[in-house]
Write a protein of this length. Structure first.
Length: 228
């Protein structure tokens, strides 16, 4: 494990202001393409016991798995392939381990992306990742309102809408009824969150979304389920 990753893992096991919550261990997948520092800070803040997953044999050591990611689809899949983590993550999914993808991590769960047409995704979420529509370089950046498609999906029973921070130029277009949260960009409704069996994903960055984002991460660490 790289020295920087080892330090992050140690930090994640420390107590914080929310350490009285009984949380299961969470493995954060480190494949060299991700917003690991901000995710680490968020998990440390909520007191989650977590560690780095940087090799295939570590995947089964954790109750739940978090797949962060920023950057290009093709290079990210290449890193997962070269590190051996791609097959290990697929095996974990087949075993029933809860898996949550963040931003690019959610897109990697799909069958493929227009960004890298010749590269297969993990193929867990039925559907493709496509470029946001527009004539130029289009990016959805900032806080956007996410609406849970099901009232039971919300973290707050009387508030199915919450604001989360987005920063992306591609979107997931599911081909099955796996979308559990939507947002609006340029007058267009786009998928903000998906769930299929024990795999889920969010297009936004919960670690950068203040209290509501921390609550989402805390709930996933504790239960393995996605709640918005």
């Amino acid at each position: 494990m790289p020295t920087s990753s080892r330090r992050l893992a140690i930090v994640g096991l420390r107590n914080s202001k929310w350490s009285n919550f009984s949380l299961k261990t969470l493995g954060v997948v480190d494949y060299g393409v991700g917003n690991l520092r901000s995710v680490a800070n968020a998990l440390d803040y909520i007191g989650t016991q977590w560690g780095i997953v940087s090799s295939p044999d570590q995947v089964s050591e954790f109750d739940r798995l978090l797949l962060p990611g920023v950057g290009a689809f093709g290079s990210a899949m290449d890193r997962l392939e070269k590190t051996g983590l791609k097959e290990s993550l697929l095996q974990a999914y087949r075993r029933g381990q809860p898996l949550l993808g963040i931003c690019l991590g959610m897109q990697l769960l799909t069958e493929g992306s227009e960004e890298s047409p010749s590269v297969d995704g993990l193929g867990i979420i039925p559907g493709m990742t496509t470029k946001l529509p527009g004539g130029g370089i289009e990016t959805n950046t900032g806080f956007r309102t996410v609406t849970a498609v099901d009232g039971d999906r919300s973290l707050v029973w009387d508030k199915p809408e919450r604001d989360y921070y987005f920063n992306h130029g591609f979107r997931v277009e599911p081909t099955a009824a796996v979308s559990v949260g939507t947002t609006t960009w340029g007058g267009l409704s786009i998928c903000a969150a998906v769930e299929f069996e024990n795999a889920s994903g969010v297009q936004f960055h919960p670690e950068k979304s203040q209290g509501q984002g921390l609550a989402l991460l805390k709930n996933f660490a504790a239960s393995g389920s996605l709640r918005l």
